[in-house]
Design a protein around this ligand. Structure first.
Ligand SMILES: [Zn+2]
Length: 175
């Protein structure tokens, strides 16, 4: 907070708010009197303006600043997360069975010669029932990365909201 003191005019007795940094300068009163401001030490011996009056303004600004910063951080953090969720890639589809249960069921419904061929071509040789296609591997890696980024994004947004809430509930600090 800035220290402020009251300097009375010797001519009209009006008081002027001055700061120690103004020491040595000249101030013109409304009555026309030129007031020579004393040294910093002498200024500090004048009547100070109460701390409550002076600190009111900066404290409210600090609070508003905290709330604003928190909201900005929340919005900035959440934006990519929302975008990533909105543009989530489609999971690639496949026409081969995903599980051994599905494969067994399919084979059970086929004539014996076809089921042997099916097993031979699709499951045994190509291993499609058990392994993932390159598109699926790509999708899984992308989905994992995106999930991580989304968590980070929403965690940042949560921190921003907490800062904003902290600012909103910030009580007046005692000097
Ligand atoms: Zn005056």
């Amino acid at each position: 907070m800035i220290e402020k003191y009251l300097l009375p005019c010797p001519q009209c007795k009006a008081t002027h708010e001055i700061q120690p940094s103004q020491a040595g300068s000249t101030l013109v009163c409304d009555c026309g009197e030129h007031l020579e401001l004393p040294t910093i030490r002498q200024i500090r011996q004048l009547e100070p303006i109460s701390a409550a009056t002076v600190s009111e303004q900066p404290e409210w600004s600090a609070r508003k600043g905290t709330i604003l910063a928190g909201i900005c951080l929340a919005l900035l953090s959440a934006t990519p997360g929302v975008y990533w969720v909105a543009t989530w890639p489609n999971q690639p589809t496949r026409d081969v069975p995903r599980s051994i249960e599905q494969a067994t069921q399919l084979i059970g419904e086929m004539p014996v010669d076809r089921s042997w061929l099916y097993w031979y071509n699709e499951i045994d040789i190509r291993g499609l029932a058990y392994s993932l296609s390159s598109e699926e591997v790509e999708y899984q890696q992308l989905a994992e990365r995106r999930t991580m980024f989304c968590y980070a994004s929403f965690a940042g947004a949560a921190v921003g909201l907490m800062i904003a809430l902290g600012g909103a509930f910030m009580g007046p600090t005692t000097q």
